[in-house]
Design a binder for this molecule. Structure first.
Ligand SMILES: *Cc1c(COP(=O)(O)O)cnc(C)c1O
Length: 436
């Protein structure tokens, strides 16, 4: 059987490019590109095929991305694929989090369980595979965190030189550590994130380096599998809502595309509603949604959640389409709401990075406004791992004055059993538990 063909289509002018064209944008109009795959043969039972691959112990079927390859990149051969593997993230049920959000049926899809700690790995395995197929000399990204760690890891595996542009003094320590450890050339640029992106773009064009930032259409294809995998985990019984944090809007776009395709292939009979949640200090998409997307807005972003600290989201148009097609909503939550949600998620033994908690804080806010019903089934996507930014975590628990709800300070003691007993008494007392 010959694999079905795939093409890249310009979202703006409809120009079609060959799948293996390595242009970063439409050569005719500069618009963003989108992958389009010929639909699989009608006689194929995709659900059965995906299910059969779940038990694999070796090869590309072990990947939670490539197991869905008919919808991701059907023409890639096993030999071409650069897979860690990735995906296979858990769908968690924690009563304490559901109760806090005011929702009966709340599940958390934890993308922080990916190899480098965020969902970026799902997009990166596909983009890196494509970079190797198109014989890239080197790969690059501008990032303040998760993308750089993911790029560095997958480039190491692909044996491609990697360049990472980061703004001086603006990178989470955990992520910088990963990027250096995986062996990327880490360029700390004296400038802002925007300067880094401009420099990365310019250098890519001049030096023949492929830029694997989030507008790369192959990353979108990989990120679609967050939705495919969670639907499969629910036996294709779609929830009423899927909530996710929204920054550059690549993931919102990917979720919309995944749902559109899952519906048209008959994998699900109806599409869940998307709830894209921004930080109130970086909420251009939420403001625009409130006006029926009448205009494209940019803001000067400010939030503790660095992963969604974006004022001019790149994947705007395709995210608008995702929200419209799913009858979705866009909302904003304050840093305080996000950190309160994070404290509840962390204390439940789950843990996530600050941006991820927006997806639970947003559900609580939408529940309070009556947008989400108490009996509706909701999946919140936790996009990244607890340990992305250990410094801000320590600051929250140890240094913030006054101590926020849920702060869990370390207690310094003399080295005596008596001191341990006193500390334990206080600890149990504060939780309404009796000592002894
Ligand atoms: C990249 C990222 C986001 C934002 O996703 P976009 O596609 O930029 O909207 C949210 N959370 C985490 C942890 C991320 O790494």
């Amino acid at each position: 059987m010959t694999p079905p063909a795939s093409r890249q289509i310009c979202e703006r002018c409809g120009n079609a490019l060959a799948e293996l064209d390595a242009s970063p944008a439409c050569p005719a109009c500069g618009g963003l590109l989108e992958l389009e795959h010929a639909p699989p043969d009608d006689s194929i039972d995709l659900r059965a095929r995906f299910a059969a691959r779940r038990g694999a112990v070796a090869g590309i079927d072990v990947s939670g991305v490539w197991r869905y390859r008919e919808l991701v990149l059907p023409t890639a051969s096993s030999a071409e694929i650069v897979s860690h593997p990735e995906g296979n993230t858990p769908l968690l049920d924690r009563a304490a989090v559901a109760t806090w959000a005011g929702i009966e049926h709340l599940l958390m899809k934890h993308e922080g369980h990916n190899p480098t700690g965020s969902f970026k790995d799902r997009g990166m395995t596909v983009a890196m595979t494509q970079a190797r197929r198109t014989r890239a000399r080197a790969v690059a990204c501008a990032s303040t965190g998760n993308t750089s760690a993911s790029l560095a890891a997958y480039a190491a595996q692909a044996e491609l030189p990697a360049l990472v542009f980061v703004p001086a003094g603006k990178v989470a320590m955990g992520k910088l550590a990963q990027t250096m450890a995986y062996g990327a050339l880490t360029l700390v640029v004296r400038g802002t994130f925007d300067d880094c992106l401009t420099l990365a773009r310019g250098s890519s064009a001049a030096l023949g380096v492929q830029l694997l930032n989030s507008v790369n259409p192959f990353r979108i294809e990989g990120q679609k599998t967050i939705v495919l995998e969670l639907l499969e985990q629910l036996a294709w019984d779609a929830p009423d809502w899927i909530a996710l944090p929204a920054g550059n809007l690549g993931n919102t776009s990917a979720f919309g595309k995944a749902l559109r395709e899952a519906r048209s292939l008959g994998l699900i009979p109806r599409v869940p509603r998307l709830a894209a949640i921004q930080a109130s200090g970086a909420a251009p998409f939420a403001h625009s949604f409130a006006n029926g997307f009448a205009e494209r807005i940019t803001v000067q972003p400010e939030t503790v959640a660095t992963a969604i600290r974006i004022g001019a989201p790149a994947s705007w148009d395709r995210a608008v389409r995702a929200i419209r097609e799913t009858n979705g909503v866009v909302a904003a939550v304050s840093d305080e709401e996000m950190l309160a949600a994070k404290a509840v998620i962390d204390a439940a033994g789950v843990g996530c990075e600050p941006a991820s908690a927006a997806s639970v804080a947003g559900v609580r806010a939408l529940r309070a406004r009556g947008v989400i019903g108490a009996h509706e089934r909701v999946v919140s996507v936790l996009t990244g791992n607890l340990l992305k930014d250990p410094e801000s975590l320590v600051r929250y628990h140890q240094e913030t004055e006054p101590a926020p709800a849920g702060a869990n300070r370390p207690v310094e003691i003399e080295s005596t059993v008596r001191a341990v007993e006193r500390a334990l008494d206080t600890f149990l007392g504060a939780r309404g538990l009796r000592a002894g």
